[in-house]
Write a protein that binds this ligand. Structure first.
Ligand SMILES: NC(=O)c1ccc[n+]([C@@H]2O[C@H](COP(=O)([O-])OP(=O)(O)OC[C@H]3O[C@@H](n4cnc5c(N)ncnc54)[C@H](O)[C@@H]3O)[C@@H](O)[C@H]2O)c1
Length: 268
């Protein structure tokens, strides 16, 4: 993907097809808007079909190219079918953004119980979407990327919980760390095909997933004490970095994890 770089527009994605999972709202939706603005054909996945369709309509109204691909990414067969049908329509996927996450299909999965009181079944929603979702989607898109011979980009949205751990979110932290490990291994396997794989690790970002936190002024103030830049992230914060990692300009970057976190954790 590096041969196409235009110095005046290093993020150009015209003619590329990008699949963004969980793109019906939040970080995924904003990422889809950013990629479409750079000219990509964007496949908008979400298990809530109306959300995916609303984002498609918005992108198309703005003059971009997008199609809806509703499916639960925790089901490998559904993902394989989605990739086969969208590739037939738009060509092989050049960019995969593994974004769907949090508690996946089960908003009640956050019980507040200590880890050592949880039933193993309670870990499942986190492992399914954050780890198996990334495995399923990566497995489904890679053969097409290799066959097309145009290189490719795998970008996985993890969490600082997966880097530094978060109390109360043990299974989620483990799933995100697992997804990050998958990225590192795939980076090694796929370098010879010019396919890069990187993680973007985000911290508290203003999306529908965390409105209970962002809408509670006192609690929000307490949380933001842990941030060097004292505001919540906006979906545009990770979307900008993901767009760069999706572009031809990032061709010599692979196997890495980039925090977009307002300084929540600070590392070398
Ligand atoms: N918002 C934060 O503070 C925060 C912090 C750290 C990491 N993250 C990570 O960032 C990513 C995006 O988070 P967000 O806050 O924008 O999410 P969100 O919960 O607001 O939106 C996620 C979207 O994904 C969809 N989705 C969930 N499970 C799915 C599945 N199995 N198949 C298909 N679609 C599915 C949902 O319907 C929803 O529309 C996630 O991976 C999340 O774990 C978010």
């Amino acid at each position: 993907m590096s041969e196409r770089i235009d110095r005046r527009n290093i993020l150009e994605l015209t003619g590329r097809t990008a699949l963004v999972t969980g793109a019906g709202q939040g970080v995924g939706a904003e990422t889809a808007r950013y990629l479409a603005a750079q000219g990509a054909n964007v496949v908008i996945n979400d298990y809530v079909a109306e959300r995916a369709e609303a984002v498609v309509a918005e992108i198309v109204d703005a003059g971009g190219h997008a199609v809806a691909a509703p499916a639960d990414i925790t089901d490998f067969q559904l993902v394989a079918d989605l990739v086969a049908s969208t590739s037939a329509e738009l060509g092989p996927i050049d960019v995969l953004v593994n974004n769907a996450g949090n508690a996946g299909a089960d908003p009640d999965a956050l019980t507040g119980k200590p880890f050592w009181e949880k039933d193993p079944a309670e870990w499942e929603p986190f492992l399914q979407v954050n780890l198996y979702g990334a495995l399923n989607c990566s497995r489904a898109v890679i053969p097409g990327m290799i066959a097309a011979g145009n290189g490719g980009r795998l970008i996985t949205v993890i969490s600082d919980a997966g880097r530094v751990g978060e109390s109360g979110l043990e299974a989620y932290s483990a799933a995100k760390a697992g997804a990050a490990g998958l990225t590192r291994a795939l980076a090694r396997s796929l370098g010879r095909y010019d396919i890069t794989a990187n993680n973007v690790a985000i911290a508290a970002t203003r999306t529908p997933a965390i409105t209970a936190m962002t809408d509670n002024e006192d609690y929000a103030k307490k949380v933001l004490r842990n941030y060097v830049i004292r505001r919540f992230g906006e979906p545009s914060d990770p979307a900008a970095l993901i767009t760069f990692l999706a572009s031809g300009a990032s061709g010599w970057i692979t196997g890495q994890t980039y925090p977009v976190n307002g300084g929540f954790s600070v590392n070398q």
